[in-house]
Design a protein around this ligand. Structure first.
Ligand code: DGL
Length: 295
């Protein structure tokens, strides 16, 4: 079946891809950088967002903990009506998504493959860099994905992830609403020095919190280094998932649901989430619900 994608322009004789409910999660506000890209390109999709702010940061968690958190949150999002899940967290994507995909019978979109593909496209010299959490760097998920993608291709020049740098203080700064502070700038200079030395020409922002700091990072590195945010490539993957959901619906496997408003849930402080979230998506984060896991 031919499915046409319909966005702001409205139906063009195709099937409207608007009425789907997508669950998203992150340790905190970081996943909102992915949500921003999704709602820009697919304005009618309904998002149910979960920020695990009581357990942020994820960056120093073990693989077992990350799998356990993912299981809890995805189950919750399914209860709320999610038809597919966007894991808007690199740390969970790198450490938990392969296991979670085996456990849940719905599409899971992670950050790693889309981010690696986007970086391969962006680099001209073949030298890719990565900044991410400790747990993402430790997993080596990005370098494995770059190798896996390249192994399916022939020819071309050598492309490699030449430097991976953990930036553990970035997430607490972003969560506290301090992305534009002098402290953030000073810490960024320290973290980015090894990246500058490695002479990369494309840098993966391998944590969804980091686009909050993109202006600072770009200013320190200079305009000639391309910052690769996986969010855009993740949205392309989501479009494919939506086509499949539409197909399932059309073949009678599901009933139509009315589109609704985005909904926000957190495990920690809803007020702080709303305040910091609205700096990125002005006026769009409201009525944030606090979820108590010991329900
Ligand atoms: N934003 C998340 C990521 O992309 C989690 C960061 C953290 O909580 O340490 O990795």
């Amino acid at each position: 079946m031919e499915v046409q994608l319909v966005t702001e322009a409205g139906p063009r004789g195709g099937i409207k891809l608007a009425q789907h409910v997508i669950g998203m999660f992150d340790s905190g506000v970081g996943g909102l950088t992915v949500m921003k890209e999704i709602v820009t390109q697919l304005p009618d999709v309904q998002i149910i967002y979960f920020g695990d702010t009581a357990r942020v940061p994820y960056g120093n968690r073990s693989r077992e903990e990350l799998i356990h958190f993912g299981e809890e949150i995805i189950s919750f999002l399914i209860e709320q009506g999610a038809e597919a899940i966007v894991v808007a967290c690199n740390t969970s994507s790198a450490n938990a998504v392969p296991v979670l995909r085996e456990q849940f019978n719905l599409p899971l979109i992670g950050t790693i493959e889309p981010g690696a593909k986007a970086a391969i496209q962006a680099t001209a010299t073949g030298n890719i860099g990565l900044i991410a959490t400790e747990a993402t760097v430790r997993s080596k998920a990005y370098s494995s994905a770059v190798r896996r993608i390249l192994s399916k291709r022939r020819g071309g020049h050598a492309i490699e992830l030449v430097k991976a740098q953990a930036c553990p203080l970035f997430v607490p700064l972003v969560e506290a609403g301090l992305s534009h502070s002098p402290e953030a700038r000073g810490i960024a200079r320290t973290y980015l020095a090894p990246i500058q030395e490695a002479q990369v020409d494309a840098l993966i922002l391998g944590c969804t919190h980091y686009p909050f700091l993109a202006p600072v990072i770009q200013e320190i590195l200079g305009e000639e280094i391309i910052l690769v945010d996986p969010a855009q490539a993740m949205t392309e993957e989501l479009k494919e998932v939506l086509k499949q959901l539409e197909y399932n619906r059309e073949s009678g496997q599901e009933t139509h649901k009315a589109p609704g408003h985005h909904r926000f849930f957190v495990s920690g402080d809803p007020v702080l989430f709303e305040r910091v979230g609205n700096t990125l998506l002005p006026g769009q984060i409201h009525d944030v619900n606090q979820v108590n896991w010991n329900r």
